[in-house]
Write a protein that binds this ligand. Structure first.
Ligand SMILES: NC(=O)C1=CN([C@@H]2O[C@H](COP(=O)(O)OP(=O)(O)OC[C@H]3O[C@@H](n4cnc5c(N)ncnc54)[C@H](OP(=O)(O)O)[C@@H]3O)[C@@H](O)[C@H]2O)[C@H](O)CC1
Length: 128
C-alpha cells in the first residue's frame, strides 16, 4: 500500500477492506505473541487504538498490548489522542502511550494540552 507493508492490530470495522486490500491483520486474541512478532519487523507504530471514548482503567487485552507498544522502542505516531489517555484528564495514572508525534483530528482535545512531542492538527474544515 503506497509502498508500505502495514500490519493492523485488531481492526474493529475494517476487516473486509483489509482483506480486499491484502493488508495483514492480527485478529482479536488474549495472546500477545503475534503482536510481539509484528513489532519485531516494524519501523513505526501508528497508534489509533482508542480515541475520545476511552476511559480507564484499560481492559485486557489492550493493557498488555499498550505495554508491548510502549516497550518496543519504536517511534509512535498517535491519531487524535494517545491510546490510554482520557479526553479531558490526559494520561491518568501514566498508563497511556507517550508518542513522538500526535495528529489531533479537527481540534486538539483538552487532555493533550501538555503534550510535549510534535503535534499536528488534521481534519476537514468548513470555511465561513
Ligand atoms: N465524531 C467526531 O466528531 C470526531 C471523532 N474523532 C475521533 O474518532 C473517534 C471515533 O471512534 P469511536 O469508536 O467512537 O471511539 P474510540 O476510538 O474512543 O473507541 C471506543 C472503543 O474503545 C473501547 N474502550 C473504551 N475504554 C476502554 C478501556 N478502558 N479498555 C478497553 N477498551 C476501552 C470501547 O469499548 P466498549 O466495550 O466500552 O464499547 C470502544 O470499543 C473518536 O474517539 C475520536 O477520537 C475526531 O476527534 C474527529 C471528530
Amino acid at each position: 500500500m503506497f509502498g508500505y507493508e502495514p500490519t493492523i492490530y485488531m481492526p474493529k470495522r475494517l476487516q473486509t477492506q483489509c482483506d480486499n486490500m491484502k493488508i495483514q491483520t492480527l485478529p482479536p486474541s488474549t495472546e500477545t505473541d503475534t503482536l510481539r512478532a509484528a513489532l519485531r519487523s516494524s519501523d513505526v507504530i501508528l497508534d489509533a487504538i482508542f480515541g475520545f471514548s476511552f476511559s480507564g482503567p484499560i481492559r485486557a487485552p489492550f493493557d498488555a498490548a499498550l505495554l508491548l507498544l510502549a516497550q518496543s522502542g519504536l517511534p509512535i505516531v498517535s491519531v487524535d489522542i494517545p491510546s490510554g489517555w482520557e479526553v479531558e484528564k490526559g494520561n491518568v495514572g501514566g498508563v497511556g502511550l507517550n508518542p513522538d508525534v500526535l495528529v489531533s483530528l479537527t481540534a486538539p482535545k483538552e487532555g493533550v494540552r501538555n503534550f510535549k512531542g510534535r503535534h499536528f492538527l488534521g481534519g476537514r474544515f468548513t470555511p465561513r
